[in-house]
Design a protein around this ligand. Sequence first.
Ligand SMILES: *[C@@H]1O[C@H](CO)[C@@H](O)[C@H](O)[C@H]1NC(C)=O
Ligand SMILES: *[C@@H]1O[C@H](CO)[C@@H](O)[C@H](O)[C@H]1NC(C)=O
Ligand SMILES: *[C@@H]1O[C@H](CO)[C@@H](O)[C@H](O)[C@H]1NC(C)=O
Length: 334
Amino acid sequence: RRASGLLVISVSDLCFSPTVNPCCYYPCQHQGICVRFDLDRYQCDCTRMGYSGPNCTIPELWTWLRTSLRPSPSFFHFQVTHGRWFWEFVNATFIRDMLMRLVLTGGVFQSYLRPPTHNMAHDCISWESFSNVSYYTRILPSVPQDCPTPIGTKGKKQLPDAEFLSRRFLLRRKFIPDPQGANLMFAFFAQHFTHQFFKTSGKMGPGFTKALGHGVDLSHVYGDNLEHQYHLRLFKDGKLKYQVLNGEMYPPSVEEAPMLMHYPRGVPSQTQMATGQQVFRLLPGLMLYATLWLREHNRVCDLLKAEHSTWGDEQLFQTARLILIGEDSEPATS
Ligand SMILES: *[C@@H]1O[C@H](CO)[C@@H](O)[C@H](O)[C@H]1NC(C)=O
Ligand SMILES: *[C@@H]1O[C@H](CO)[C@@H](O)[C@H](O)[C@H]1NC(C)=O
Ligand SMILES: *[C@@H]1O[C@H](CO)[C@@H](O)[C@H](O)[C@H]1NC(C)=O
């Protein structure tokens, strides 16, 4: 990286305590990276962030134009939650495909979320953080080790108890309906969806993911490796294994599909169901979506086989998977 020619500011001139790591004050704006010099000086690296100046506060011309033209988040929110006729118009024209392509190919994500890659293990930017995709990326840098408080220089010396905080701020005592009329299934769809790429690696620890690469790959339906996939497949007509309970199709038991599923101790194996993601028994909504996708996969296999009588198991399975990947991406991005 080119160190964008910035002044090195002596923090002691700025009446901070000279013993405090200047990066603890988070002087660098706009995702500029704070680099420490000696004890009490710092430099902000804002290479290619669209800003310059000692604290990355001076916008470049294009940045200035973009930010002054870009609508505010509240305007954005209002737009996407109002004007049904407008969205129906978009949905009925070519604009829909254009927007979907923009979202899926990363045009939108790239211009709005381009974080410098920090991760759990590195306090400085590094090739390892950038290239080793088994780390979870983080958008904010970690707080330097030697700061006076857990969040830098502000706040209390000791963070409050996490359980206390979650009870205080997240525990609902009264039912509040969603203003858009979305129900719990919406939240479960999102959670089920993200479990295909947010897969914390049990072996490597909470800073690591097992999902390497493709994002929406439905590995939470088909297993994240070939061995799991083979356990889950029926090897007939492209279908996945299933069991019929009360006349309805459900995921197979772990006796039929011998995958390691994380159930609480004491749950007998006949009642444990095998799904592509091993932690889905955590919540009923996740099992519910696992069941829906299983049924959908087998339904699509029936349709494909009816149209392509010459296709074998492998081609039916692979084609159904591609179709389901498309089906899964669409509601998730629209
Ligand atoms: C940079 O940030 C420091 C710390 O917040 C502040 O004291 C200083 O005045 C800023 N410098 C400029 C040029 O804005
Ligand atoms: C959007 O269009 C698709 C297909 O053209 C249609 O099935 C769907 O119901 C539409 N969605 C809304 C919210 O109007
Ligand atoms: C990524 O980093 C972890 C932890 O240092 C290491 O175990 C793993 O092998 C690395 N992966 C690659 C592909 O280098």
